[in-house]
Design a protein around this ligand. Structure first.
Ligand SMILES: Nc1ncnc2c1ncn2[C@@H]1O[C@H](COP(=O)(O)OP(=O)(O)OP(=O)(O)O)[C@@H](O)[C@H]1O
Ligand SMILES: [Mg+2]
Length: 200
């Protein structure tokens, strides 16, 4: 007898490095009794890294192979709900498998302090802060998964509060919003935009 095809509920948690993806994604996984996939670990375990750039502490991954592997992993999963965590998640998950994309956002002032605590400095710190200011992850999420993207401001919130908001969206108790965050305007009003857009 052919096996029944089970529709998977794939939830992506994306956002700029250090924004709090892993903390939130793991708590959400527990809450939903889901399967958790961290893309950084997944790339290492499946030999999908093309190049390491130790100077900027970044890695280049084989996106095509990653998409193929992930598609197969999702299909083979015995769990109906899968939470995928990674800053390039939106680009590598097959569109037809994604139910919802959550882009975590954080005010650059707070994000900078999170990054410094994690030991970021120099060009790595400023490049990633600028990526948050110009909405890089949001743009990528919308490019690949238009209509299924929610932007959540995690600034000043506990991971539990962010998870609660995600659950409210999943249960359709609150609507999904995109384009409500304007860090450039926020920083400009505070007179500190120049400090954050300084050349590297
Ligand atoms: N809501 C929060 N409030 C305070 N601290 C937090 C919160 N969420 C995460 N953190 C802390 O911020 C740091 C970054 O969090 P986390 O590792 O979850 O981010 P990430 O987006 O997964 O980072 P990366 O892109 O490097 O994987 C950690 O030290 C974590 O403990
Ligand atoms: Mg992480």
């Amino acid at each position: 007898m052919p096996q029944a095809v089970v529709m998977k509920h794939v939830i992506l948690i994306t956002g700029t490095p250090c924004v709090g993806k892993t903390t939130v994604a793991k708590a959400l996984t527990t809450k939903l009794n889901a399967q958790y996939i961290n893309l950084t670990d997944y790339a290492k375990q499946n030999n999908l890294i093309i190049e390491e750039d130790p100077e900027r502490c970044t890695t280049v991954i084989n996106e095509e192979a990653m998409q193929e592997n992930l598609g197969a992993t999702i299909d083979a999963s015995e769990n109906g709900t899968i939470v995928i965590d990674g800053h390039y998640a939106a680009a590598v998950i097959p569109e037809e498998q994604v139910a919802q994309v959550f882009v975590l956002r954080r005010n650059p002032v707070e994000l900078k302090s999170f990054m410094e605590k994690r030991g970021y400095s120099g060009s790595k710190l400023w490049e990633n802060l600028q990526a948050e200011i110009i909405d890089v992850c949001l743009g990528e999420a919308v490019q690949f998964h238009a209509g299924r993207v929610c932007e959540l401001d995690a600034t000043g919130k506990t991971p539990e509060q962010v998870v609660e908001e995600i659950v409210e969206v999943l249960e359709k108790r609150i609507s999904c919003r995109v384009g409500t965050i304007d860090w450039m305007g926020t920083l400009e009003k505070e007179g500190i935009l120049d400090q954050y857009l300084k050349p590297m």
